[in-house]
Design a protein around this ligand. Structure first.
Ligand code: SAM
Length: 195
């Protein structure tokens, strides 16, 4: 990552933390992923050579900038999905200012619907960073849309382990996935599609 982009991300992350600090209502906070977690997912994208990355939960586009920068290197494309229109608009602005908008599509939509509409075996890596209780309902769609060796990366797997326990158990019981918890940032649960 070049120094200008790194500085933009540092600034955006700091602004996000300052925005969130006084807010008691979780849903009003931007809740940006940690740089460590975004960096790990970016590494996975580059190592995999991902063609299509799907992020569910864009917020203002902080992590999307990381992933758009990574797919620029792989020749791929990021789709990032956000249910709140103002946040999707903010994400488009930040991607543009960061110089990576050409590698990303920001959809104002529900991630569950986007997964339902996606073609079979069309996504190399899915990032889940939205409403954790919904993830268990995504599992059949994730299995269907992921390419062989496709990856699911789930943020907050340590900070909100109890909310993710059911989904994690489903993944671990599923022979289609090899699962490992990465103790990075707020915890990134990774599952590789092996079957
Ligand atoms: C934790 S924040 C995402 C942070 C973002 N990944 C980042 O690091 O900058 C979660 C976001 O997911 C959005 N969201 C919640 N449920 C969603 C859904 N079903 N589909 C798409 N977005 C959703 C929320 O509006 C919120 O902005």
């Amino acid at each position: 990552m070049d120094a200008v982009l790194a500085a933009y991300l540092n600034d955006l992350f700091r602004q996000g933390r300052e925005h969130d600090a006084p807010l008691a209502d979780r849903l009003l906070r931007l809740r940006n992923m940690t740089p460590e977690a975004a960096g790990l997912v970016s590494l996975l994208i580059r190592a995999q050579g991902s063609s299509h990355v799907l992020e569910i939960g864009t917020s203002n586009g902080y992590s999307a900038i990381w992933f758009a920068d990574a797919v620029r290197d792989t020749g791929g494309r990021l789709t990032t999905v956000e249910t709140q229109r103002d946040r999707a608009d903010a994400a488009r602005r930040h991607l543009e200012r960061a110089g990576v908008a050409a590698y990303a599509d920001v959809l104002h939509a529900d991630g569950a619907d986007v997964l339902a509409r996606a073609d079979d075996a069309s996504v190399d890596l899915v990032v889940l960073d939205a409403e954790r209780p919904a993830y268990s309902g995504y599992l059949d769609r994730l299995r269907r849309v992921l390419t062989p060796r496709g990856i699911v990366a789930v943020d907050n797997a340590v900070s909100h382990a109890e909310q993710l326990a059911g989904f994690r158990a489903l993944l671990e019981e599923d022979a289609a996935f090899a699962v490992h918890l990465q103790q990075v940032g707020d915890g990134v649960l990774t599952a590789v599609r092996v079957g």
